[in-house]
Write a protein that binds this ligand. Structure first.
Ligand code: 5RP
Length: 268
């Protein structure tokens, strides 16, 4: 691997432990202004000191993040779909590698829809993006998207999708946590970070899946809604950080969260 590629990856997956806490804020590219991301700058700013990397699309980078911010950007470069459109899997590359360089991106992120109507298109897009990224030393994060079919999130399916992403050259993969996640991690070839998905009932559920994923071989999280839609986003990300970087279990993370929000009363 070339020096530039290694250097960019090391800004995301922290060299001390190879782990990362990424903050996903790219949702608007197909979901529009969802709750708590109507004004991304206000949501993102207090969380930045507690994240290792940020995952936005270019509109949020240019309009909502200070250019002086000291945070690696994993730039969402795929899109062209919407929640009200024909099929979520109909995605293409929407941002050029030159634009990623202009924005000083540390990595580029693109969704693949294995088993989806436009599976072939999204997998070929991944391969092309990896070729472009390799030319300039920019790693690619493949996101194993499932569209509206959340039921597909089992180890057999996610193992397949993650392995295909790695075989096509992704440097790391964002996927969902599932039962038997060890199987997904064992066959993935490259580091995995997990998405949180729609907001869970409580932050303690998010701590549980973060801890189980880390124990099963994940390299970190790329949580969005389960951080910034939580009642106390800063306390939530700090507790998740303790799991990812300090080997805290879900109970210890919950206690840290309770302490940070100022009492043992459990809050959502
Ligand atoms: C869709 C995505 C999302 O845009 C987002 O990054 C997911 O984050 P979370 O599920 O944690 O809110 O990647 O495939």
């Amino acid at each position: 691997m070339d020096w530039g590629m290694k250097n960019r990856l090391a800004r995301i997956l922290r060299p001390a432990d190879g782990h990362t806490v990424m903050l996903a804020v790219d949702h608007g590219y197909f979901l529009g202004p969802i709750s708590r991301l109507e004004r991304p700058a206000e949501t993102i700013e207090p969380l930045l000191p507690h994240a290792d990397a940020l995952m936005p699309a270019r509109g949020v980078v240019r309009n909502c993040i200070e250019a002086a911010a000291d945070i690696p950007i994993v730039l969402r470069v795929s899109g062209g779909n919407s929640i009200v459109g024909e099929d979520l899997s109909k995605e293409d590359i929407t941002t050029s590698v030159e634009e990623a360089i202009r924005l000083n991106a540390s990595a580029m992120a693109l969704s693949i829809y294995v088993g989806g109507k436009y599976e072939h298109q999204t997998l070929v897009n991944l391969s092309r993006l990896v070729d472009e990224g390799n030319r300039y030393g920019i790693p690619v994060l493949a996101v194993t998207a499932v569209g509206k079919e959340l039921a597909k999130r089992d180890a057999r399916y996610l193992g397949l999708a993650c392995r295909i992403a790695a075989e096509l050259g992704a440097s790391f993969v964002k996927t969902y946590y599932c039962e038997n996640f060890e199987k997904v991690a064992n066959g993935s070839l490259v580091p995995l970070v997990i998405a949180g998905g729609p907001k869970l009932d409580t932050v303690y559920d998010a701590f549980r899946i973060a801890h189980e994923a880390m124990s099963a071989g994940a390299a970190g999280v790329d949580f969005g809604r389960n951080i910034w839609q939580a009642e106390n986003p800063v306390a939530t990300v700090r507790a998740v950080r303790a799991i990812v970087h300090d080997e805290a279990d879900a109970k210890a993370a919950g206690e840290l969260y309770d302490e940070l929000v100022g009492g043992s009363k459990k809050k959502k």
